[in-house]
Design a protein around this ligand. Structure first.
Ligand SMILES: *[C@@H]1O[C@H](CO)[C@@H](O)[C@H](O)[C@H]1NC(C)=O
Length: 307
C-alpha cells in the first residue's frame, strides 16, 4: 500500500474512533466546525468593545451616541491613547468589574487599504526573541507608537486585579495591532487564559509568527472573525518572496450575511493553509470593502465617520 494511503487510513481510523456518533462526512464536519462557546451573542459582545475604540473618548461618560455608554455601563476606562506620528494608533483599556474582565481595544481605520498598499508592506523581524518571525512593518510601526502606554497599563492592571481575565480585541488595522500587543504582553508576563478576538484582521506576519501566535493561546479563546467576503483578511496577498509569505493565525470564525457562524479548521488539525471551506472559498472578484465595515457589534456609522 502506498504510504500516503496508509497515512490517510490511519487518520481516518483515528478520527472515527474519537467520534462516538455514527460517522458520516457531513457529521464529521459539523462536529469539528461547531465550538459551543462561539455564538453570535459572544461575537457581538467582543465586537462592541472593538467598535467602542471608534468612540470619542473625551466625552465617553456622557456621550449618548457612544457604544460604550449605551451598551456597557459597567465598563470604565482605565487608559486611552492616541498617536499620529510616526504611525496611527488609538484605543483604550477598559475594566468591566461586573464580568471581572480587562479589555484592550485597538481602533481600526477606514484607510486600511492605504496602509496595506504602502511600501511598508515589507516585513520586519519581530518579536526580537523569536528568530525567523517576521511581521508587517507598517503594523509594527503603528503598534510601537502605543507600545509603552499599553504594556505599562496592562501589566499594572493585571497585577492589581488578580482573577480578572484579559482579552485583546480590535477591528481592521486595530486587529493587527492588538495581535502584536498580545504577543508582546506574552513575552513579558504569564499569559495563560488570555483571549484574542479580531474582526476583519489582515494577514500580519509570516508562518513562524502565525505559529507562534497559535502556540501562545493553546486552547484559549482565539477567534479571528471574518465577515462574508471582507477583502482585508485576504491581504497582504501571499505574493512577497522575501523574507516570507503572509500567513494567518488560527482560528477563523466565518460569519455569513445570514449571521450563521462557521468555526473553521485550525492549522494544528493538520492543515497548512486557510480552511478552504471558509472565507478562502471566496474568489478575488467577490472580495468586498463593505463587508469589512460590518461586523457583529460594530456600528458601520461609527467606522465610516471616524477620522
Ligand atoms: C488604571 O489602573 C491602574 C492599575 O490598577 C491604577 O493604578 C490606575 O489608577 C487606573 N487608572 C484609572 C484612570 O482608573
Amino acid at each position: 500500500m502506498h504510504s500516503i494511503q496508509l497515512f490517510a487510513l490511519l487518520l481516518f481510523a483515528f478520527r472515527v474512533s474519537s467520534t462516538p456518533l455514527v460517522f458520516t462526512e457531513q457529521a464529521y464536519y459539523e462536529e469539528q466546525r461547531s465550538i459551543p462557546s462561539v455564538s453570535i451573542e459572544a461575537l457581538e459582545y467582543w465586537g462592541r468593545y472593538a467598535g467602542a475604540a471608534y468612540d470619542d473618548f473625551e466625552d465617553w461618560e456622557t456621550c449618548s451616541k457612544c457604544q460604550i455608554t449605551k451598551d456597557m455601563h459597567q465598563t470604565s476606562l482605565n487608559t486611552t491613547w492616541s498617536t499620529s506620528l510616526p504611525a496611527f494608533s488609538r484605543g483604550f483599556i477598559g475594566v468591566n468589574h461586573q464580568q471581572r474582565q480587562v479589555i484592550v481595544s485597538f481602533r481600526g481605520t477606514t484607510h486600511i487599504m492605504d496602509v496595506l498598499a504602502d511600501t511598508q508592506v515589507a516585513q520586519a523581524q519581530w518579536p526580537p526573541l523569536i528568530s525567523g518571525s517576521y511581521v508587517h512593518f507598517g503594523f509594527l510601526l503603528a503598534y510601537m507608537s502605543a507600545r509603552q502606554t499599553v504594556q505599562t497599563a496592562v501589566q499594572a492592571l493585571m497585577l492589581d486585579l488578580p482573577g480578572y481575565s484579559l482579552t485583546f480585541v480590535g477591528h481592521s488595522l486595530g486587529a493587527a495591532q492588538t495581535v502584536l500587543a498580545l504577543v508582546d504582553y506574552c513575552q513579558q508576563a504569564e499569559c495563560d487564559g488570555v483571549g484574542l478576538v479580531t474582526f476583519g484582521a489582515p494577514r500580519i506576519g509570516n508562518r513562524l509568527f502565525a505559529q507562534y501566535v497559535n502556540s501562545l493561546l493553546g486552547e484559549n479563546v482565539l477567534w479571528r472573525v471574518v465577515h462574508g467576503s471582507d477583502i482585508v483578511p485576504h491581504l497582504p496577498q501571499a505574493l512577497l518572496l522575501f523574507p516570507g509569505q503572509y500567513v494567518h493565525s488560527d482560528r477563523e470564525i466565518w460569519v455569513k450575511d445570514d449571521r450563521s457562524i462557521t468555526a473553521c479548521e485550525r492549522s494544528s488539525e493538520g492543515r497548512a493553509e486557510e480552511d478552504a471551506l471558509c472565507s478562502a472559498s471566496k474568489h478575488m472578484w467577490q472580495w468586498s470593502m463593505q463587508d469589512h465595515m460590518e461586523y457583529p457589534g460594530i456600528s458601520l456609522l461609527l467606522v465610516l465617520f471616524s477620522v
